[in-house]
Write a protein that binds this ligand. Structure first.
Ligand SMILES: Cc1cc2nc3c(=O)[nH]c(=O)nc-3n(C[C@H](O)[C@H](O)[C@H](O)COP(=O)(O)OP(=O)(O)OC[C@H]3O[C@@H](n4cnc5c(N)ncnc54)[C@H](O)[C@@H]3O)c2cc1C
Length: 575
């Protein structure tokens, strides 16, 4: 979505210490007597608040009964089955093929829809290219590697790192400070800047409490109220469409949270991190990886984000099975038995290992019978609705002050704090960010509306949502005489983005532990509720879960391999 502020880039989330799912081979060794892991009872984990019971298409399909005749067996047993061909499932499959071919000889990716990509949906029509889900990604090396391995790196496009980000505050679009302009910038008052600076170095802040803090508590304590209300609160809308009074700082913005924990203050932690990196430099970067421009950039592809899942899907070929809906998962003889509805009728696949990359509520539903404790934990994660509204205006409709001296609007977009009387969460200036998004002379704007604090969008029509966004844009960005926009696309996501509330990490741990308890070795829970919601985090999580799966397969193979023949020296003793 959108985002903004300081060192945090628009459209990025950074969940904490990503949780790896049930590598039960390793975890079993960690279990104490009686099979409990660390003796923690899952009943002590508080369940996050749930929203109204809205059902998504994937959820409905997963729950429909199996029909259509006898269940046929799918050929040979697979080493791994990945459930879901969103960006996580696809990138994990790519990593299994390209990085772990030695350990993983066979795998399938199964997807309930008839296209790959999950949330990543690009549309093209009448000279417009627009996104219905995510708009851009933070180009970390995992995403760049995926693009390279899928053969679409040449199509990458990057946003101008000097592009401005705006926050609407007290009737004005104000630039988000980005480095040198932090002192002169008018988004924060002088006192707000002093408070933030003193807090960041640890001179003016309360010590961290023993209990888990919300984003609001953490930021107000460390950086003061202004940074919270003017930067971080809108940023939470931009990344999570969420409520910062409920999101956990540790789970939702773990990379920032850990700085204070490790260094006593945010600056102390950052300095420690720099030193740590200097002492233990990362391995040299693969010279074949594309190099994005330096600074706060974001990435996409010339023809939109769906280029990446489409390219991965094409390179994986028949390993991806579309319109396959997982209906049931069973453990039989130490293996997994997965039952699908497919266009050819019900099919059963047997596998050594399974990776769930579906939304958590789908995994919860599928595990409810065999692992009720995992079901209740995974089902507790809340996904609010979000509407994406794409409108096009003539360029002349945009207020003159938005144009630079070169006659261009060099900006990423704008965010709207909930206190400022604007319903729309944020707007991305799609056609100023990436080339070729709309016909010449037009300006394409992608806005998001809804989220945790405005679930009422589910009762509104698409026309009403577009009208609301247009009304908001007139207050902030458009000239008074701007003509009516062209509505390019509207999509309402009934269950959009998982919220990392207080207790999120513990709930994930409890779900994994319940799976281990139930003997579900080699089952991995992955996807955005695990790795972090930003695409870059999902891809990083995909490569990590592929490492874990490969390790599991290697351990399995070593356990089932015949004993190695004794060495010739030893033989001479006995023969
Ligand atoms: C409106 C919106 C805007 C966003 N904006 C941004 C942004 O600008 N930048 C950014 O970095 N991130 C953004 N995100 C977040 C990001 O898009 C997601 O976190 C990410 O795409 C999730 O990928 P995933 O593969 O983990 O899950 P998903 O994309 O949800 O994939 C899961 C897949 O599992 C499939 N599935 C479900 N049930 C079954 C079943 N029973 N059998 C088989 N398959 C099944 C689903 O059909 C789906 O394809 C946005 C998200 C939304 C919704």
């Amino acid at each position: 979505m959108t985002g903004g502020g300081g060192r945090v880039l628009l459209g990025r989330g950074n969940a904490a210490v990503p949780r790896r799912a049930g590598n039960a081979v390793r975890r079993r060794a960690e279990r104490g007597p009686g099979g409990r892991t660390g003796g923690r009872s899952i009943n002590t984990v508080s369940l996050a608040r749930q929203g109204p019971r809205v059902r998504s298409l994937a959820e409905e399909r997963s729950e429909e009964p199996i029909s259509g005749g006898d269940v046929s067996e799918f050929g040979e047993e697979q080493d791994v089955v990945l459930v879901g061909a969103g960006i996580t499932g696809l990138c994990a499959a790519l990593a299994l093929r390209d990085v772990h071919g030695e350990d993983v000889k066979s795998f399938l990716v199964t997807e309930t829809r008839d296209v790959v990509g999950g949330n990543v949906i690009t549309k093209e029509k009448d000279g417009y290219i627009w996104e219905e889900g995510p708009n851009s990604f933070q180009p970390n090396d995992f995403v760049l590697k995926a693009a390279l391995d899928a053969g679409c790196a040449d199509e990458l496009v990057f946003g101008d790192p000097t592009a401005s980000r705006y926050v609407f505050w007290e009737g004005e679009l104000r630039k988000v400070p980005s480095g040198p302009d932090a002192v002169t910038n008018n988004l924060l008052s002088l006192w707000g800047k002093i408070r933030a600076g003193l807090g960041a170095v640890g001179l003016l802040k309360e010590p961290a409490p023993d209990t888990e803090e919300t984003v609001e508590q953490f930021i107000r304590r460390n950086l003061g109220d202004e940074v919270f209300y003017r930067l971080i609160e809108p940023f939470c809308s931009g990344v999570y469409a969420g409520d910062p009074t409920k999101l956990s700082m540790k789970a939702a913005f773990g990379k920032i949270w850990i700085l204070e924990k490790n260094g006593g203050s945010l600056v102390g932690g950052a300095l420690n991190l720099i030193k740590e990196k200097k002492d233990n430099p990362p391995p040299p970067r693969d010279p074949n990886l594309p190099t994005p421009p330096k600074g706060q950039t974001v990435g996409s592809f010339r023809k939109g984000l769906q280029t990446l899942p489409n390219a991965i899907g094409a390179t994986l070929g028949k390993k991806v099975r579309l319109s396959w809906t997982l209906k049931d998962i069973d453990r039989e003889g130490g293996k997994y038995k997965l039952t699908y509805t497919t266009p050819e009728g019900p099919v059963c696949v047997r596998a050594k290992s399974v990776v769930f990359t579906t939304p958590s509520y789908v995994a919860a539903q599928l595990l409810r019978r065999e692992i009720p404790d995992a079901h209740s934990q995974l089902n507790s994660f809340f996904y609010p609705p979000v509407g994406s509204v794409v409108l096009s205006y003539p360029k002349t409709a945009i207020r003159d002050e938005m144009y630079g001296p070169d006659g261009r609007i060099n900006a990423f977009g704008q965010l709207h704090p909930r206190t400022q009387g604007i319903t729309t969460l944020g707007t991305i200036y799609s056609s100023s960010l990436f080339p070729g998004r709309c016909p010449d002379g037009e300006f394409l704007l992608s806005s998001y509306i809804g989220g945790t604090l405005n679930q009422g969008i589910l009762d509104q029509t698409e026309e009403e949502l577009a009208a609301q966004v247009d009304k908001d844009l007139r207050t902030m960005l458009l000239k008074p005489n701007a003509p009516k926009p062209k509505t390019v696309g509207v999509r309402v996501w009934q269950k959009a983005i998982p919220q990392f509330y207080l207790g999120h990490m513990e709930a994930l741990d409890a779900a994994n532990e319940a799976a281990v308890e139930a003997g579900y070795e080699g089952m991995f829970l992955s996807g955005n509720y695990n790795s972090g919601v930003a695409l870059g985090k999902c891809v990083e999580g995909a490569y990590k879960v592929a490492d874990d799966v490969a390790e599991y397969c290697r351990e399995l193979a070593s356990m089932s391999a015949p004993a190695a023949p004794a060495s010739s020296e030893e033989e001479s003793f006995f023969v």
